[in-house]
Design a protein around this ligand. Structure first.
Ligand SMILES: [Zn+2]
Length: 341
C-alpha cells in the first residue's frame, strides 16, 4: 500500500522566495493597482507566461533574467505592494497547505524601485505584512530571511546585512546568499560580515550546489560555515562533501520541483537518487518549495504527497525530513507567541 500524507499535517517551508510565493492572481491585482504594463493583457495568458510547467521549462538564468527580475520583482515593489505580497504569501501558504512554519526570503533592494523608495520603508512594510498575517493566524509562525546578491558589491550587500541586524528583533531571522555569480563573488570576502551578522543573532544560509560544480559548496562550507544550505544537491555526487556536511551539521534545503523545472536535475528519478544518497550518507535535509506559486503543482503539500505516493522517500524517511525542517528553522519557536514583540 502506498504511504499517504495526512491531510491536516503541519508543514514547514524553510526555502521560499517572496517573489515566487506570490500567486499570479495577486500579481494581477498588484499590476492593475499600480497601473503597470504587462506582457499579456489576459489574466490566463499572463499566469501561463509566468508559470513554469512540464512544457514550459526555463533554466534558472533564463527565468531570472527574463521574468523574475524584470517583471515579478517590479510588480512586487513599493511599500503597498510588498506589504500585500508578504501578507498574501504567508496566509495563503497556511490556508492551502497547512504550512505552520514559513521562512520567506527576499532581497529588500529588489523591491524598492531601484532605490527610488527608502529601504527602511520597504522593510517596515514587509514586517507589517508579516505582523498582520501572524496576528490573524496565531498558529502560523514565520520569519523573513534577507537575501544578499552574488552580483552586488560587498559594500551593497553590507547594507543589507546592516538592515537585517537592525530589524532582527522585529522578525528578520537570517541572511542568505542568492543569485548566480558573474565571476566576482567569493565567500571568503564575507567572513567578517558573516561573523557580525551571527553575533547579532542572525542565522546563515546560502544557495549553493544547485547548478554549479561542488567548488562553490566547498567554499561555502569553509568560509561561510552556514547553518543550512539552499539546494546543495550536487553534494550527493561527492562523498567527501557529504562527510563535511554531516561534520558541520548543515541541513540542506531541498526544493525538488524547482530543480526539475530549472533543469538543475533531469527528473524525479534523479531527485530520488540524490535524496536516497544523502540519506544513506547521514546528511540531514528537508523538503521545500523555492518557487511555490510560479511552478505548476509546486505547493508543498502536493510535492510531499507526490514524494510519498511515488516512493521517492519512504513514509518514515519523509516523516523524519519534516521533523528536521521544524528543527532547522531559524524562527525561534520558543517565544511566548508567534508575534515579534
Ligand atoms: Zn532559492
Amino acid at each position: 500500500m502506498c504511504p499517504v500524507i495526512e491531510p491536516k499535517r503541519e508543514l514547514a517551508d524553510l526555502h521560499a522566495h517572496l517573489t515566487s510565493s506570490i500567486s499570479p492572481a495577486v500579481y494581477w491585482h498588484l499590476a492593475h493597482s499600480g497601473g503597470h504594463k504587462l506582457p499579456k493583457s489576459d489574466y490566463h495568458d499572463f499566469a501561463d507566461y509566468i508559470t513554469l510547467t512540464d512544457s514550459h521549462k526555463l533554466t534558472l538564468k533564463e527565468y531570472l533574467d527574463q521574468i523574475y527580475h524584470p517583471i515579478l520583482n517590479k510588480l512586487s515593489s513599493g511599500s503597498i505592494a510588498v506589504e500585500k505580497a508578504i501578507y498574501e504569501s504567508l496566509t495563503g501558504a497556511y490556508r492551502t497547505n497547512n504550512i505552520t512554519l514559513l521562512e520567506l526570503r527576499t532581497n529588500p533592494m529588489k523591491h524598492n524601485h531601484d532605490g527610488m523608495v527608502d529601504l527602511d520603508h520597504i522593510i517596515l512594510s514587509m514586517l507589517r505584512g508579516m505582523e498582520q498575517a501572524l496576528l490573524e493566524y496565531p498558529t502560523l509562525w514565520a520569519g523573513i530571511i534577507f537575501c544578499l546578491d552574488r552580483q552586488y558589491s560587498i559594500k551593497t550587500n553590507e547594507i543589507i546585512i546592516e538592515k537585517a541586524i537592525k530589524y532582527h528583533r522585529r522578525g528578520i531571522i537570517g541572511i542568505d546568499f542568492a543569485n548566480y555569480d558573474t565571476g566576482n563573488f567569493h565567500f571568503k570576502d564575507y567572513i567578517e560580515l558573516i561573523a557580525k551578522a551571527r553575533s547579532a543573532g542572525l542565522k546563515v544560509t546560502a544557495h549553493s550546489g544547485e547548478t554549479d560544480n561542488t567548488n562553490d559548496l566547498w567554499d561555502c562550507l569553509s568560509y561561510a560555515t552556514p547553518d543550512r544550505i539552499g539546494h546543495g544537491i550536487k553534494a550527493a555526487y561527492d562523498p567527501k562533501l557529504m562527510q563535511e556536511l554531516v561534520k558541520q551539521r548543515v541541513v540542506l534545503e531541498i526544493c525538488p520541483l524547482s530543480n526539475i523545472m530549472t533543469k538543475a536535475v533531469k527528473d524525479w528519478s534523479e531527485i530520488k537518487h540524490i535524496l536516497q544518497t544523502l540519506w544513506e550518507n547521514g546528511v540531514k535535509f528537508c523538503i521545500n518549495t523555492d518557487w511555490p506559486e510560479i511552478i505548476k503543482d509546486a505547493h508543498l503539500a502536493k510535492q510531499i504527497d507526490f514524494i510519498a505516493k511515488n516512493n521517492i522517500l519512504t513514509q518514515p524517511q519523509l516523516d523524519q525530513t519534516i521533523k528536521w525542517g521544524f528543527q532547522a528553522s531559524f524562527v525561534n519557536q520558543h517565544k511566548e507567541s508567534n508575534l515579534y514583540l
